[in-house]
Design a protein around this ligand. Structure first.
Ligand SMILES: NC(=O)c1ccc[n+]([C@@H]2O[C@H](COP(=O)([O-])OP(=O)(O)OC[C@H]3O[C@@H](n4cnc5c(N)ncnc54)[C@H](OP(=O)(O)O)[C@@H]3O)[C@@H](O)[C@H]2O)c1
Length: 246
């Protein structure tokens, strides 16, 4: 299968790409920076992984990748909308943070659906997997309001597209807490975190299934439930933003 993944330079996206290659799939990915690590570098050299530099906030960059994805040899069977932005929440919900978060987490996901599934010559995409967040259930309890609201809008938009494209399976994944750069921006107890590869295997296990909603970790569900019982202000004290040095 050909799997198109957004945000493969690091974190969950890189782990999904590595697990997909290990399972024998071909990977096409985008990110602003090239994917790090021996596995993806070797796969790119061997022609099993194709990477395009693309900033999801740049419409012309997205258009040029879409044109490449429509070539018969690149048309993906599965699209994994993984790229995500979560600007530093310690400064509060600034306009710049909201613009970036919505541009990447909402528009930067929808644009691939419009470009590949809608339109005159749709690619043979069978499944779209949107990496959502349990933050959508605790929107007002999460320190980064722009992040949780953008994930909520992205998730709702995916759900509303289901009836419009009945031949495509839309799957929403709620990853829980995964040990990545993004999670480094808030303080989370270590026991709640999953490794990227464990979460990636779970994401890939949904490929080819008709599952609509997939929680990755029981720990994430438990943490979300406990969180939802706290008053919003207390919850925001538990999940504090970490101030960065620069
Ligand atoms: N980590 C968690 O606990 C957690 C929990 C719930 C949901 N999620 C979701 O899981 C997904 C992956 O998160 P992660 O933790 O792996 O984050 P991460 O380590 O920060 O990685 C984010 C990925 O998205 C790409 N990206 C960000 N902005 C981009 C842009 N403007 N254009 C193109 N690519 C961009 C990054 O690549 P470049 O910087 O190279 O562009 C990177 O590959 C996200 O959708 C996130 O919301 C994560």
């Amino acid at each position: 299968m050909k799997i198109f993944i957004t945000g493969i330079s690091r974190g969950l996206g890189r782990a999904i790409a590595e697990e997909a290659l290990a399972a024998g799939h071909r990977v096409i990915g985008i990110s602003r920076r090239p994917p790090a690590g021996d596995v993806l570098e070797a796969a790119m050299t061997a022609g099993r992984c194709l990477w395009f530099s693309c900033d999801l906030r740049d419409a012309s960059a997205v258009e040029s990748v879409l044109a490449r994805l429509k070539l018969p040899e690149n048309q993906p069977d599965v699209v994994i909308l993984n790229a995500g932005a979560s600007p530093d929440p310690s400064n509060g919900p600034t306009c710049a943070a909201m613009a970036e978060t919505f541009a990447v987490n909402v528009i930067g996901a929808m644009v691939w659906i419009e470009g590949l599934i809608a339109g005159d010559s749709p690619a043979p995409v069978r499944q779209v997997i949107y990496i959502s967040s349990a933050a959508v259930f605790n929107r007002n309890r999460i320190p980064n309001l722009a992040y949780s609201m953008s994930k909520y809008v992205g998730t709702r938009a995916i759900c509303r597209l289901r009836p419009r494209y009945p031949r495509v399976q839309f799957t929403v994944v709620y990853p829980g807490f995964i040990d990545t750069d993004m999670l480094g921006r808030i303080s989370i107890p270590r026991w709640m975190k999953y490794t990227t590869h464990r979460a990636a295997k779970k994401v890939l296990s949904t490929v080819g299934t008709n599952r609509r909603f997939v929680p990755v970790s029981r720990r994430g569900i438990l943490a979300g439930l406990l969180f939802s019982l706290l008053p919003p202000q207390a919850a925001r004290l538990v999940m504090k933003p970490r101030r960065r040095d620069s």
